[in-house]
Design a protein around this ligand. Structure first.
Ligand SMILES: [Zn+2]
Length: 291
């Protein structure tokens, strides 16, 4: 059944969610709903730049942390269960390297000795992962609950702060690991990082889930990435255009080839204009340069 804007309006009314009227990446007014997924998530796509976004979306929370974040006391046992942290909460460097392989690899290339700011680090798992490989990473996080848990329970250096405020010291390298998909206005957010966090010629390592991935094709509307917490959905092309609108140039893209298996519902790709060109498993990693 074809999804219409009436479905979007109805869903917004039922859930008390907000309708997004302009493309969050390019500002164009023309968009169409493309997919209704689990958890009442409807994805819409810009008619001008192909950017995909959650529409409608939950209203922003007052604390500006973006969405109903998980709490640290729920996250820590999960990190122990997955083996990323030992029972005494020390990081397992091997597991960290596996789990955060691309983030670590790209950051190591850029900053063998430089201090690195890990933006939106939450409880500091990605910061710990970078530090477990010898990278001098420190976290920057807007949510005081996460900052407290990171400092006191995990002993990781995380500062309370917001990219909208100029930072006391500009960084040559910053990381943005699994953050941008939570941001409802990605262009001004990336611009703020460029102006307030990075050196004039600094680099930003970004990782996001990839809508043009075989994971999306395998799981379809049940893909766990499609959730009310994730308001922005990127492909390699739309991550690049969004970054360029924010004044970055793309220096490097990580995009391993992936081939759908027979029987995979590739029509999902067709519906969002990807044809069979989807080319990345799981995530995208990109190095952006402040120009
Ligand atoms: Zn657009």
């Amino acid at each position: 059944m074809k999804l219409t804007k009436d479905d979007v309006r109805q869903l917004a009314a039922t859930r008390g969610w907000v309708i997004v009227r302009r493309c969050p990446s390019c500002g164009h007014e023309r968009w169409r709903p493309v997919l209704r997924a689990e958890r009442d998530c409807c994805l819409a796509q810009c008619g001008a730049c192909d950017f995909v976004f959650l529409n409608p979306r939950p209203p922003k929370l007052d604390d500006d942390s973006g969405y109903d974040a998980d709490h640290a006391d729920q996250l820590i046992p999960r990190l122990v269960n997955t083996g990323l942290l030992a029972e005494d909460l020390t990081p397992n460097a091997d597991r960290m390297r596996q789990r955060y392989a691309k983030l670590i690899e790209l950051t190591e290339l850029l900053a063998p000795d430089e201090p690195v700011v890990d933006i939106g680090c939450g409880i500091g798992t990605s910061t710990l992962a970078l530090r477990s490989q010898g990278i001098r990473a420190a976290g920057l996080e807007i949510d005081p609950n996460f900052v407290e848990a990171a400092q006191e329970r995990l002993g990781v250096d995380v500062q309370l702060g917001d990219v909208q405020q100029p930072q006391p010291q500009r960084a040559a390298v910053a990381t943005l690991n699994s953050v941008l998909e939570h941001i409802d206005e990605p262009v001004p957010f990336l611009e703020a990082i460029r102006r307030n966090v990075l050196h004039p010629a600094g680099a930003l390592v970004v990782t996001v889930p990839n809508l043009a991935s075989t994971e999306f094709v395998h799981h379809g509307t049940k893909w766990t990435i499609i959730s009310p917490k994730h308001v922005s959905y990127f492909t390699e092309a739309t991550l690049q255009s969004t970054a360029e609108r924010a004044g970055f140039t793309v220096e490097h893209t990580w995009a391993p080839p992936a081939t759908p298996r027979p029987g995979d519902p590739v029509e999902l790709w067709t519906r969002i204009g990807l044809g069979h060109q989807g080319n990345v498993t799981g995530g995208i990693g990109m190095v952006l340069r402040n120009r």
